[in-house]
Design a protein around this ligand. Sequence first.
Ligand code: MN3
Length: 195
Amino acid sequence: MYELPSLPYAPDALAPHISEKTISFHYGKHHQGYVDKLNAAIGDGDLKGKSLEDIILAAKERSDAGLFNNAAQIWNHNFFWNSMSPEATSPSGALASAIDDAFGGVEGFNEKFTAVATGHFGSGWAWLVARKDGLEIKSTSDADLPLAHGERALLCCDVWEHAYYLDYQNARPAFVGVFLKELINWDFAAENMAK
Ligand code: MN3
């Protein structure tokens, strides 16, 4: 049985930027729903007890879209909650240098991330990924994620409508702006970069 991980903060900790009501649906219903569907799909099959990463890669290998989508959405949401913090953070050390090299600084990062996250058509995710030759910002559609492409994720933002509709209605740019200005967890990105 895969279990829904605890949130890294209280359900109202990101308010007013992300309301407790949004968390109650997004974490309590959507994220929980992916967990329930994954458990139903795995049952007593050969993937029982495997890590989420192993399940995602096996599902991709088998072209099992249902399994892939639910497992990947669990991973993505686990990662998304940790990509935000109620405390203000900023890039430091090796991460700050890599941000400078790739984007000319945090402002350049914010501009590129905003363009990618708001420009992504339909449901998906905006990511900061680390490659051998430096950092890159990209988006993926639906449940797709960097892990399925051999890339290491540092941060992500959920741009499915359910992530922002209750608080910002259709205004994805407003949500992305708040994510970057108020919520982004650079300490989490630094931890992922050091792995
Ligand atoms: Mn979501």
